[in-house]
Design a protein around this ligand. Sequence first.
Ligand code: JF5
Length: 229
Amino acid sequence: MKFKVYTIFPELFPGFLGYSLTGKALAEGIWSFEAVNIRDYALDRHASVDDTPCGGGAGMVMRADVLGRALAANHKGGALLAMSPKGRPLTQQKVHELSKEDEIGVVCGRFEGIDERVLEAYDIEEISIGDYVLTGGEQAAQVMFDAIIRLLPGVLGNALSAESESFENGLLEYPQYTRPVEWQGRRVPEVLLGGHHRKIADWRKEQALRITAERRPDLLKKYLDSKRV
Ligand code: JF5
């Protein structure tokens, strides 16, 4: 997997992806990245990458001509995304789809966003990592890359642990415990200490349903609809 990142802050990469599991996978060549500095494609004396919004309003917009030149020189086809709060929500299903690509291009928006004509001309799919606003797409891109990288073959030691976690079965994860069996007067639930696998599986399912109902009624509805209950 190769990520080609379009950014005005190329030094932010690999960032936190250079550590831990993702850092090891980077060193092993399981994934790689290239950070294209959008500012390298600015032509004026001040190397401007942004300008005021047409029609007025607050802030600045990423210029179509500068980003357009960066893409013309570096994008050789394949998936092209941009991180943006107005994008389609990133889901674990989308992460699985993206993990099957050989190369993914990602534009990291800054300011109030990207000139819409570039998004149209390059058929860029805008992706959101959540309903909040960041200062830049770089942080969002690293979150998305992390979710993709951990699904690549050879990254997660235990493939089963990826399958049983939140979202993979459509429910939130059940609570986890480890030693000591008693801590500050709180005991690990007895069912988890009995070694009765069926009872444990039933308890975990019940807990997953309870937590999902409490925190994510939207997910519970989807889950129940998919089971036609
Ligand atoms: C960005 C305009 C891009 O804030 C984000 C973001 C939030 N969820 N997903 C992505 O990206 C940076 C901000 C404003 C364009």
